[in-house]
Ligand binder design. Structure first.
Ligand SMILES: *Cc1c(COP(=O)(O)O)cnc(C)c1O
Length: 421
């Protein structure tokens, strides 16, 4: 759940003073400031496999580039691909072959995708998908779900940041995630005005919240009935919950799909994909403008293609499932033994632990999370050399660089912290 409201201002540590002097809040993305849990921001220097380091202090990392690094830090195949690319030029300024390679790798795994347009961020890809939906339908409104994040452009951030004109905010409708009757109500009221419904098929930005049994299929049926485009924001779930993302896992085809994170192998990226009939509304063939100096950047294409090729070759999803299941069970045992009520939401290798007595199925229920307990857990883990996202609204990510040993360390440290809470 992204919000512009600062929760708590922590005093910047002395060693970080240069950082806070020249960077707003000492960061370039708010969650890195640790305001949700307290403590000073880390100033990292290095990363490798399952670890990140600040000076000589090494942490087992479960942030994993906010989900981008499914192969862990500096995966050898990605590093090799980047080296090779570097030796042949950094930015070519015109189209190069790896753009088509990465587009093909994506389309091969997503039956709903025939063509792809690359952007530099997930934000930009969501923005472009929404613009495309508005052009294709000739309708203005966007329906989204409370607590879902689709980047920080105006339409999906309406109500969550200053600086958006009322006229723009009015075109965004937000309803609770997993609530079919709210969905029916919204469609009853606005169907003729809605260009698209955009959804994270597994919510990952209010903690992990899986879709309820019929939620996505109902969404598919109703949007089709009303001629509304269904946009799956698979920036997190794409190549994460399965090679074919949430669309494979839940056997649903979106009209447009947004990608990011994993498909860049650790470099900045985003993409929109869909059938040629919709995609060809984009310039230069169509009348919807999108362009970018760095769109399809050779380094991002190289790292992304190396990542997807390795995922296709290794198919690590069973292994990731096994490790993540062990993690969920271990955390459950640790909290139960400590007498602390928790909810653990998990889909494959994305997991959230809420300090809450009741199931968490939508944004309003995330509020029941005991923020102090969460902060104590996150800070306690950091003191024990383990990093989880410093916010109850983000997911822990298990990567192929994690081993049983790292999972056990997280469980053991959690047990100690919870016993003392
Ligand atoms: C991270 C994220 C985005 C935005 O991607 P950026 O590359 O950070 O702009 C969009 N949607 C979802 C679901 C995300 O998790």
């Amino acid at each position: 759940m992204k919000t512009a409201t600062p929760i708590r201002r922590s005093k910047p540590a002395m060693r970080n003073s240069g950082v806070s002097r020249y960077l707003v809040g000492g960061v370039n993305s708010p969650v890195r400031a640790f305001h949700h849990v307290g403590g000073s921001p880390l100033l990292l220097a290095k990363s490798s496999s399952a670890f990140v380091s600040e000076g000589h202090r090494r942490y087992v990392d479960f942030i994993m580039g906010w989900g981008a690094l499914i192969l862990g830090h500096n995966s050898p195949s990605v590093v090799a691909a980047l080296r090779k690319r570097l030796s042949r030029g950094i930015l070519l300024g015109l189209t190069h072959e790896a753009e088509a390679t990465l587009a093909r790798l994506i389309a091969e795994s997503f039956p709903s995708v025939e063509q792809v347009r690359f952007t530099v961020s997930g934000t930009e890809a969501c923005m472009t998908a929404i613009k495309l939906a508005r052009a294709c339908t000739g309708r203005p409104k966007v329906l989204m779900f409370e607590g879902c994040y689709h980047g920080h452009s105006d339409a999906p951030m309406a109500g969550h940041t200053a600086g958006i004109p009322v006229g723009v905010s009015r075109e965004t409708v937000a309803i609770p995630f997993n609530d079919v009757s709210a969905l029916e109500g919204a469609l009853h009221r606005w169907a003729g005005e809605l260009a698209c419904v955009i959804v994270e098929p597994v919510a990952a930005n209010m903690g992990v919240i899986p879709p309820a049994a019929d939620f996505l299929s109902t969404l598919r049926t109703l949007t089709r009935r009303h001629g509304i485009l269904l946009i799956f924001d698979e920036v997190v779930t794409g190549f994460r919950v399965a090679l074919g993302g949430a669309q494979q896992l839940y056997a649903i085809k979106a009209d447009l799909t947004v990608f990011g994170k994993i498909i860049g192998g650790g470099l900045p990226i985003g993409a929109v994909g869909g059938p040629a009939s919709l995609m060809q509304r984009l310039a230069p063939l169509g009348d919807v403008y999108h362009g970018g100096t760095f769109a399809g950047h050779p380094l991002a294409m190289a790292a992304g293609a190396a990542t997807l090729q390795e995922l296709k070759r290794r198919l690590p999803y069973r292994t990731l499932e096994g490790l993540s299941q062990r993690l969920a069970e271990g955390l459950w045992t640790a909290s139960t033994e400590a007498g602390i009520p928790v909810q653990i939401n998990r889909v494959g290798s994305m997991l959230s632990l809420f300090f809450s007595e009741t199931p968490v199925t939508q944004a309003a229920e995330v509020q029941a999370n005991n923020r102090e307990r969460f902060a104590r857990w996150a800070v306690g883990l950091r003191q024990r050399g383990i990093l989880i996202p410093p916010s109850p609204f983000e997911a822990l990510f298990v990567s192929t660089a994690h081993t049983e040993q790292h999972i056990t360390a997280l469980i053991k440290a959690s047990k100690q912290i919870m016993q003392r809470s």
